[in-house]
Design a protein around this ligand. Structure first.
Ligand SMILES: *Cc1c(COP(=O)(O)O)cnc(C)c1O
Length: 422
């Protein structure tokens, strides 16, 4: 039995079966490559679902962890440490928002944002305004796995087995301004969006929809809350995806790449929204600990110092152009979209999408498939054009083989029942 087989057997009886894992056992990584137990190197175009922004074995991250771990790993939020204000300053300067609450994960940040909207509406009511407790979320949205987050997540499979989920959430058809207008009222305390939906298939809000959401929220004091957990912190070539639209949300959430693989999430908000929170209302034991903050500061400073936003734009544009050119050669690709290094190629079949992911893995290239038919690319920001070329060549081959197989099976079907031939 190989080590992988042993682990698979053990996990199959010891763990909840939440994931169907790919049969690979990774042991270490280097740059854009992650390496398995046999020493095989995989080009990672998924980066741990958008987390490993600086790739693997980054000395920036290693040094920050080593240095901080020798000083202080955890204090609780009952005391001051050096990291939170330093990191909050970096996040507020880059986002235009005023204040930060640190959590541990994406979903925990999102829960914080939902609670903030409810508390803010309560404050407005106490000041005599008419505002309710309802949330408007979008179809195809994804906001995490805890109860509040699944309540605002559209896909039924994430929500329904756990019902009754939090009531008071209504879903708007994606980018449908008329639907948004029809469902918005003074009952609403928050409009919830991703500027670019991740799990939902790399779909961008239209300028018109985002503008309307901003205007409607402002008209009643409801909060416009943007989930930047996947798109934020540089992936799209700007610090935050909402910045492509020239609007300012009231609240945003960030997590995935913020501390280069160490768990950390954050809620950022305006001073106006922050009026709703006072000491003792919300909290976390681990969130914003000294270790995670030190690493996040190092990650942000490194992105800035090495101009990785411009790099993500440049290599991302190249990647997208190559995918478009691939689409001209393969009719199975029905759409190519995204911004910076948050990219997708939508295929005409879910079976094919699954097959392409598996074939890529055989060629030691990691991508994934979301929304059934969408190949998703979330590579580390340090990706180079040569890596893009490797991935495109592999996709080209796989899609050509598939097209060949389809043609062969069609001609077999045509001759079925006719004279046998080889
Ligand atoms: C991943 C993700 C989340 C959830 O983050 P976790 O850290 O897994 O809890 C929420 N929103 C978006 C847009 C995400 O991509």
């Amino acid at each position: 039995m190989t080590k992988l087989d042993q682990i698979r057997a053990a996990e199959s009886t010891l763990l909840l079966t939440t994931y169907e894992r790919f049969p690979v056992l990774f042991t270490h990584g280097e740059g854009v490559h992650i390496i398995d137990e046999n020493g095989d190197r995989y080009l990672d175009l998924l980066s741990g679902i958008g987390v490993n922004a600086l790739g693997y074995s980054s000395p920036v991250i290693e040094n920050a962890i080593a240095e901080q771990s020798r000083k202080l790993i955890h204090t609780s939020n009952l005391f001051y440490h050096e990291g939170q204000a330093e990191l909050a300053l970096r996040l507020t300067e880059r986002s235009g928002l005023d204040r930060v609450f640190f959590a541990n994960t994406g979903t925990e940040a999102w829960e914080g944002a939902l609670k903030l909207a409810r508390a803010h509406a309560g404050l407005l009511r106490s000041e005599g305004k008419t505002i309710g407790t309802k949330f408007l979320a979008l179809e195809q949205s994804f906001h995490g796995r805890t109860i509040g987050s699944v309540s605002t997540t559209h896909k039924a499979k994430y929500r329904e087995p756990f019902g009754p989920v939090m009531p008071g959430v209504e879903f708007i058809r994606f980018n449908d301004v008329a639907d948004l207008r029809a469902k918005f009222s003074t009952d609403v305390c928050g409009i919830l969006v991703e500027a670019i939906q991740g799990e939902g298939g790399i779909r961008s809000l239209t300028q018109e929809f985002f503008d309307e959401a901003r205007a409607l929220a402002s008209s009643t004091g409801a909060l416009l809350i943007v989930d930047e957990i996947q798109a934020g912190l540089g992936r799209t070539g700007k610090w935050f995806a909402f910045q492509h639209y020239g609007i300012l949300p009231d609240v945003i959430t960030v997590a995935k790449p913020i501390a280069g693989g160490i768990p950390l999430g954050a809620v950022l908000c305006t001073d106006e929204a922050a009026r709703a929170i006072h000491a003792g209302m919300h909290g976390t034991t681990f969130g914003g600990g000294p270790l995670a903050c030190a690493v996040a500061i190092a990650v942000i400073d490194h992105i800035e110092k090495t101009n990785l936003l411009a790099h993500a734009t440049e290599v991302g544009d190249y990647f997208q152009a190559q995918l478009r050119s691939l689409a001209t050669r393969h009719s199975a690709i029905v759409d190519v979209r995204g911004k910076g290094l948050m990219l997708a190629a939508e295929l005409d079949s879910a079976d094919l999408a699954k097959e392409v992911v598996n074939q890529m893995l055989k060629r030691q290239i990691i991508i994934n498939c979301t929304s059934d038919t969408v190949l998703r690319f979330l590579p580390p920001y340090i990706l180079e054009r040569s890596h893009v070329d490797t991935a495109i060549a592999a996709l080209d081959e796989i899609l050509a083989e598939h097209a060949g197989a389809v043609t062969a099976s069609q001609s077999n079907a045509q001759t079925a029942g006719g004279p046998t031939h080889v």
